[in-house]
Design a protein around this ligand. Sequence first.
Ligand code: HEM
Length: 286
Amino acid sequence: MDRRGLLKSFLALRDKYGDVFTVYLGCRPVVVLCGPEAVKEALVKKAEEFSGRGPIAMVDSVFQGQGITFANDHTWKTLRQFSLATLWDFGMGKRSIEERTQEEAQCLVEELQKSQEKVQEEIDQVIGKNRSPELKDRAQMPYTDAVIHEIQRFSDLLPMSIPHCVTQDTSFRGYLIPKGTEVYPLLSTVLHDPKYFEKPYDFDPNHFLDAQGSLKKSEAFIPFSSGKRVCLGEGIARMELFLFLTTILQNFSLRSSMVPASIDLTPRESGVGTVPPIYQLQFLPR
Ligand code: HEM
């Protein structure tokens, strides 16, 4: 195992052992789930059993099992209900992940260059230059929506989601997983599944467009995970990504000072997340 590249190590083990296997991280067994079938079977079909939150050593000393993301059992259920009911009133957002997605979006500038002009065409047609983008515009902007979907798919910000654990003894695909066992659903393997995405490691908005140019939803598009622990901020995050990207591209064209071929777009692993590589970007007023 490469401790600085867990995802890569897991992917190599998947090649050898298939979509469901156990790895010992130190003395802790962790069940790893790969591909849309196994991940959905666990998080959606056996939602209750797989709804526990597993530990992350780095943050546990700070959160100590408190707060909606790291709580379990009754505390989590109460916090989740409360947060769902009040999130809109507070209008709060989890800045860091969205900022990273935004950075990633900009980092993809060279790839976006091809898409950028088409997005700007759509912006000019639907929104124009004299008012700010509004959420209702999204329904009329399938190409822009597809670009945002593809940015989220390609940037793969939480490739292993946030660790889960089983809340009870659970039988799964012929195995018995004892209560409390940690489970890592590899969202990355779902977002890169070749059955759903023709060129899984390329940036191509066509992954989310049908022959008529309408938005094509994909059941393998789960950057916010799935099931009972699904990201609580999905609606807010998607709304903000649309408004940020359209506002930026309404007012600026993005250019890189580097030769396109020399830019390595591969997201870098960092802890349980990925971060965009460092890059320089020019904002040219339109
Ligand atoms: C691009 C932005 C975002 C992405 C890609 C993202 C992704 C995720 C993922 C993969 C999880 C783990 C789900 C699981 O355990 O199966 C998660 C959990 C969570 N997210 Fe987000 N998220 C984003 C933005 C937000 C925002 C804006 C908020 C709040 C307004 C938010 C609040 C939460 C909370 C509270 C949880 C924990 C839910 C629970 O444990 O019950 N996220 N997110």
